[in-house]
Design a protein around this ligand. Structure first.
Ligand code: NI
Length: 190
């Protein structure tokens, strides 16, 4: 397994829609393993393929440390779709692509999500609370949407200077990153 550099805010790939997978190749399996490794190394609880430079409808998540004993386990989802949602709640979110920015975001409280697992099985899952939130945050990534897009324009204006610094790579991370506009080969670690 390998860790992959994470694309930072400002990179176009984070605004693009990921493509539906009609089959799962060996490359995709390796990608999923690497995404798990990258997420753990960077202390993240979720990661979408866009964030590691691949426009594929794949996300991984692991909230076992936050909800120990509640039956949660690490999950990889391919082609996830929301088939039902209910309620609304607000909570602070962060994102590995937007280091040091945390803001409150409204999300559905309960969801029913359909996805393909790594064995090509169709799965339907009911999720609520934190699990639902992480799934919705990562699914947003697959649609080219960031949690910042849910904020009011006033809040976004207040974050402008900070976001500019992230775009320039002027931010400390414990993980390898790709700065906006840079080719994939040029990465930076602090
Ligand atoms: Ni994110």
């Amino acid at each position: 397994m390998a860790t992959l550099p994470i694309y930072l805010y400002g990179n176009d790939i984070l605004k693009k829609k990921a493509k539906h997978l009609s089959e799962i190749t060996d490359h995709d399996i390796t990608l999923i393993q690497d995404m798990f490794e990258t997420m753990r190394e960077s202390n993240g609880i979720g990661l979408a393929a866009n964030q590691v430079g691949e426009l594929k409808q794949i996300l991984v998540l692991d909230i076992t440390e936050m909800e120990a004993g509640e039956g949660t386990k690490p999950l990889a989802m391919i082609n996830p779709t929301i088939i039902d949602d209910e309620g609304e709640w607000e909570m602070e979110e962060g994102c590995l692509s937007i280091p040091d920015v945390r803001e409150k975001v409204w999300r559905a409280e309960k969801i029913r999500v359909k996805f393909t697992d790594v064995n090509m099985n169709e799965v339907e899952l009911d999720a609520d609370g934190m699990l639902a939130r992480v799934i919705l945050h990562e699914m947003d990534h697959l649609n080219g949407v960031l949690f910042l897009d849910h904020l009011s324009s006033t809040k976004r204006t207040l974050l402008r200077a900070k976001l500019k610094r992230i775009m320039k790579g002027d931010v400390e991370t414990s993980y390898e990153v790709v700065i906006s506009g840079e080719p994939k080969s040029k990465t930076k670690k602090k």
